[in-house]
Structures are given as C-alpha cells and as structure tokens.
Write a protein that binds this ligand. Structure first.
Ligand code: IDP
Ligand code: MG
Length: 152
C-alpha cells in the first residue's frame, strides 16, 4: 500500500474562528493519520518561500501579509492517497465554487479567507512544503488501531 504524506495548514482565519479541532476531526474521521502538528506564526520569509509559485500574482503581497497575520496550525497527514483526499476535502480554492460538505464550502465565503491550505498534487509539492515547515524530529511514527479495517 503506497502511503503518502501531505502538508496541511489551518490558516490564521481558521485558527481565529476556532476551527482547528473541527478541521483536524474531519481528517481523522476520514482515516488520515496526524504524524506531526504545531501552532506556528509564519514569518514573511517563510511565507514567501511557501507561496513562491505566486510571487508574480497581484494578490501575492496581500496573501503573504494575511498568512503572517496570526497563528496558523500546521500538520502533516499520512495515508493512502493523502494528497488527493485532502484536496478533495478542502474544496475549490474559491469558497464560492466549493461544494457544501468540503471545508471551504462549509466554512468559507471569500477567496482570500478560505480557512485552509493543503499541498497540491504536483510532483514534489508535498515534500517541499513538509520540509519547509517541519524538522524530521517533529514526526512520530505509529499505527492507528483502525488501520487494518481502513485499508483492504
Ligand atoms: P489553493 O490554496 O487552492 O492551492 P492557490 O491557487 O495555490 O490555491 O492559491 C493560494 C492561495 O492564494 C489561495 O488559497 C487563496 O487564499 C489565495 N488566492 C488565490 N487566488 C487568489 C486571487 O485571485 N485573489 C486573492 N487571493 C487568491
Ligand atoms: Mg496551491
């Protein structure tokens, strides 16, 4: 079974609105395993690296400012097809286009306040983001008791 790891961030709006627990619960209930997690106030240097693909976009400055505006909750989730599952559960980038039942579709209204970040499915994205935010020593490896019932 090919297990993947993915990087997920409850953005400052999600933390301020008290959504950390709700969001972590959704992923846990789906079967994804939390292998690392921390509250972090992102500094501009880290934010610019994290969002480097958007450096030329008109919204870049505002995006960096927003992501540094308060604490975020960073985590690494592990499971089969974890990257795609997280993207599916997040919903579309613009909450207006996110289906109800997705995190952005249930908790967001505006594009620049869309509650959550998750690595995209491009090759190397999740590894790059995990390395940017976490040290290997911050991970714990363990079996969840439901794993043999979750996977065939
Ligand atoms: P993603 O978060 O779904 O991967 P990206 O295109 O990678 O979407 O954009 C990163 C973040 O930048 C989005 O989550 C959103 O908060 C913000 N963003 C994207 N496009 C716009 C825009 O056109 N205006 C303002 N903010 C935007
Ligand atoms: Mg993205």
């Amino acid at each position: 079974m090919g297990k993947e790891q993915t990087f997920v961030l409850v953005k400052p709006d999600g933390v301020q609105r008290g959504l950390i627990g709700t969001i972590v619960s959704r992923f846990e209930n789906r079967g994804l395993k939390v292998i690392g997690a921390k509250l972090i106030t992102i500094n501009p240097e880290l934010a610019e690296k994290h969002y480097s693909e958007h450096v030329d976009k008109p919204f870049f400055t505002g995006l960096v400012e927003f992501i540094c505006s308060g604490p975020s909750f960073a985590m690494v989730l592990e499971g089969k097809n974890a990257v795609s599952i997280v993207r599916q559960m997040m919903g579309a980038t613009n909450p207006l286009e996110s289906s109800p039942g997705t995190i952005r579709g249930d908790f967001g209204i505006d594009l620049g306040r869309n509650v959550i970040h998750g690595s995209d499915t491009n090759p190397g994205s999740s590894e790059r983001e995990i390395d940017l935010f976490f040290d290997k020593l911050e991970f714990s490896s363990y079996e969840r008791i439901d794993e043999e019932w979750l996977y065939e």
